[in-house]
Design a protein around this ligand. Structure first.
Ligand code: N01
Length: 539
């Protein structure tokens, strides 16, 4: 607790404290304010936007179609806003977020430059006290963690990095004014979604680009294009039906998902479907068949198909070979969507270094030395990923009932009920937390579903003249077992991905998202609400 002359700073009292002002925090503010609550949003950044505020590297864009990656709760807003491209670039998404904030007059309840350091629940008063790094205190019966699934950048543990004389940029914290890379020799470490999107743009701007790849990734061409007015009108005139239909899918997105399992199709029929989906572009490729990530043979075929595509695009067979993922199946790590990624390795100014075969020995003041070679560089770009799904929550020192700390509770991996509540932590809600479909879905729609459920839940609690709601331990155990059981039927636990925390040494290996599909998940949440919040204790 912050003290001034030995006296704790006076606390600001609200009904709800929301932590984070990205898509989740903004909708939570809007919805909860409409319910009549006083709400304060605390945001670490100096502007709103969350993920889309920080990740402004060249090439950053969403891989969910623009017409779908947007709020659906207001028909006026979705009609007023016009997207320019099939897949929106980061600046356009950030403009959209700011447009919504202004349109709904959200800013007056958002406090920027305010990083939350601790939150603790007092069982006697049934209040959360939220403390900021600057020593301010906020008190409220309810807290909502809108802290994001991919908001804490990984610590770079690369030997010698601090000795590098040139600038080091992270994709997750790219300078706001942009970076002039003209004439520069640029080294890029990391080939996940961020690195794969940045590579073609960096190669266009820099004199030379050296890409240091540890694990190759499967990537599907976006086939991005400007949106024509007819396409936009088609969506706007049918938004209601399409949004409802999207919510009936596995990932809250209309991807033209194939209804059949690939295991029942002939290899020729599968090949044809993969060709069509490759030509159409985007993550719809992963929805060609219902069993893309559960049937080993279908997964092997799809993986092999992408490897053949890489071989067809990349002219140097050795480079193509290095770019092909071989030790895990497609989808095991988050599928990437690109514009000219593999094509970029045909450029004369681009070099691919396979750091599995030739590990980085040391960053030196003037470049990177691998075990076999020396790469002189002027600029380093790190696209090395995030402490996913639990990172932002565990950065906050969260203490629940009876002094129980979340860091201790989750020492062996995260446990939640429905991905929204944690036993021992009453009146605290997670938006798209571990144990919910979150990163496997259109996040904006999942956020809306969570926030709406949470708002209804609060109304239920207060309507019963109660003041606390808490997940029961047994309900949480059953949910965790269900999440694990679903994951075990797929290829996901086998790949070393951030889904299982494998990108962070020592992080417990637990598959975190719920894989039963967004529609089933929402139905379960509704059932829980209808059955008087089964699995929760209300008092
Ligand atoms: O991070 P990542 P990301 N030396 O963890 C490598 C979303 N997103 O920011 O795989 C060398 O996927 C690491 O190698 P390895 C999306 O959900 C979406 O790219 O651990 N390499 C990997 O190649 C995505 O999945 C969009 O062996 C090192 C890379 O760095 C998630 O964010 C755009 C290393 C990290 O890849 C995260 O994507 C961007 C080291 N020491 C992001 N440490 C879209 O909507 C790490 N690596 C399109």
């Amino acid at each position: 607790m912050a003290e001034h002359n030995g006296v704790a700073a006076p606390a600001h009292a609200y009904d709800v404290i929301v932590i984070g002002a990205g898509f989740a925090g903004l909708y939570a503010l809007h919805r909860l304010r409409k319910e009549g609550y006083s709400v304060r949003v605390l945001e670490a950044g100096d502007a709103i936007g969350g993920t889309w505020y920080w990740n402004r590297y060249p090439g950053a864009r969403c891989d969910v179609e623009s017409m779908q990656y947007s709020f659906s709760f207001s028909d006026e807003i979705q009609r007023e806003w016009n997207w320019s491209q099939l897949y929106a670039p980061q600046p356009e998404i950030l403009s959209y977020i700011n447009f919504v904030a202004d349109r709904l007059d959200l800013r007056r309840d958002i406090q920027l430059n305010t990083r939350v350091s601790a939150a603790s629940f007092d069982a006697a008063t049934r209040r959360w006290t939220v403390t900021t790094g600057g020593g301010e205190r906020f008190i409220a019966p309810f807290s909502v963690m809108a802290t994001g699934c991919l908001s804490i950048p990984l610590d770079p543990r690369i030997p010698g990095l601090e000795s590098f004389q040139g600038p080091v940029y992270r994709t997750s914290d790219w300078p706001h004014g942009g970076v002039d890379l003209a004439g520069k020799r640029v080294g890029l470490i990391g080939t996940g979604s961020s690195g794969i999107q940045a590579t073609p743009r960096l190669a266009e701007q820099a004199a030379q680009l050296v890409v240091f790849q540890r694990t190759p990734n499967y990537s599907i061409p976006a086939q991005n294009r400007p949106l024509d007015p007819d396409y936009i009108r088609g969506w706007k005139d049918n938004y209601r039906e399409r949004r409802l239909a999207a919510r009936q899918t596995r990932n809250n997105t209309l991807n033209n998902a194939g209804p059949e399992p690939g295991s029942l199709a002939t290899p020729e029929a599968r090949e044809k479907a993969f060709e069509e989906r490759w030509a159409a572009g985007g993550i719809g490729f992963m929805y060609a068949f219902t069993d893309m990530t559960s049937d080993p043979e279908v997964n092997r075929h799809a993986s092999e198909f992408v490897r053949r595509k890489i071989a067809g695009i990349v002219r140097d067979p050795q480079v193509a070979e290095r770019l092909m993922p071989k030790d895990y199946g497609i989808g095991g790590k988050r599928i990437c969507v690109d514009t000219d990624y593999f094509e970029t390795f045909n450029r004369d100014n681009v070099t691919l270094v396979d750091v599995r075969a030739d590990p980085i020995a040391q960053v030196t003041p003037t470049g990177i030395r691998t075990e076999a070679a020396e790469y002189p560089l002027d600029v380093l770009v790190l696209a090395i990923g995030f402490d996913a799904m639990t990172g932002a929550l565990l950065r906050i020192d969260i203490t629940g009932r009876d002094g129980v700390r979340l860091r201790d509770r989750w020492a062996e991996g995260p446990k939640t009920y429905l991905g929204m509540a944690i036993a021992g932590f009453p009146n605290m809600f997670l938006i798209t937390g571990p144990g919910s479909p979150s990163v496997f879905t259109n996040m904006v729609t999942s956020i809306e579903q969570h926030v709406d459920w949470i708002a209804d839940c609060m109304r239920h609690v207060l309507g019963k003249q109660a003041s606390a709601i808490e997940a029961e331990e047994e309900a949480q155990e059953r949910w965790v077992a269900h999440v694990n059981e679903l994951a075990a039927k797929t290829i996901f636990p086998t790949a070393n991905s951030w889904y299982v925390g494998a990108n962070i040494p020592g992080k417990p290996r637990v598959f975190m998202p719920y894989l039963g599909g967004a529609a089933n998940y929402a139905a379960i949440c509704e059932r829980v609400a209808r059955s008087d919040y089964e699995g929760f204790r209300v008092e």
